[in-house]
Design a protein around this ligand. Structure first.
Ligand code: HEM
Length: 199
């Protein structure tokens, strides 16, 4: 099994060599990863960072950006997960295939994020904040990344204030999603590593 919704299906053909399984899986998730790279390029100021720092933020933050984008794949009411192929699987089926605590944590995160009912513009700006807030280890020019992050956070606050007058709570809740995303990212990296070691 490969219980990641970025795959087309959690089922894998047991007779297939593991490099082919990985090859098909990467064909499934690569377009989504490319979109994150294209999105990053459109963040005002991102391309002014050094190439090295752009790559570091993308490496550390792509999962978190995708998690926000694909939160709607987790249907809390129906207790299903839609894979990138469009096929839906129940939580029970995914559990029987080995999904665990991380799946539960992703449902919790998605439920809370969807409850905020962000507009596409708000989601996009929040996603930009997520990307420039990625793990800073190895960043060469931390102060430039911080300055960019401050601008984006200010823009996000202005947008939220404009759209939901008196709703500064939404802005606070969004910023509190950043540590949740970091923790999902860490848990997910462990699953990914474990899968690479024992496919
Ligand atoms: C698990 C890869 C992005 C959700 C996994 C596993 C791998 C993987 C290898 C382990 C599969 C197993 O042991 O059966 C990747 C790669 C990604 C990516 C390469 C980058 C494109 C995402 C995103 C989400 C996600 C964006 C959410 C929207 C999950 C879930 C699991 C999982 C729910 C199973 C968790 C559990 O076992 O409890 N992923 N993933 N992944 N991934 Fe991903």
């Amino acid at each position: 099994h490969l219980v990641c919704p970025m795959n087309t299906s959690p089922l894998v053909d047991p007779s297939k060599p593991s490099h082919e399984i990985w090859e098909e899986f990467s064909q499934s998730f690569t377009p989504a990863v490319r979109e994150v790279v294209d999105f990053a390029r459109q963040i005002p100021g991102f391309q002014e960072l050094s190439q090295h720092d752009q790559v570091s933020l993308l490496k550390a933050g792509t999962f978190e950006v995708l998690m926000v984008r694909f939160a709607s794949l987790f249907d809390v009411k129906e207790r299903t997960v839609t894979f990138l192929s469009g096929r839906r699987y129940s939580v029970e089926v995914l559990r029987s295939m080995g999904a665990g605590e991380l799946l539960t944590s992703m449902f919790d995160f998605s439920e809370k994020l969807m409850a905020l009912q962000l507009s596409p513009e708000e989601t996009s700006l929040f996603t930009a904040v997520v990307l420039v807030s990625a793990d800073r280890t190895g960043i060469e020019d931390v102060s430039s990344v911080e300055a960019l992050q401050e601008n984006l956070i200010r823009a996000l606050r202005n947008l939220i204030m404009r759209n939901h007058s008196n709703e500064s709570a939404i802005f606070t809740k969004l910023l509190l999603k950043l540590p949740d995303l970091r923790s999902l990212n860490n848990m997910h990296s462990e699953e990914l590593l474990a899968f690479k070691v024992h496919p």
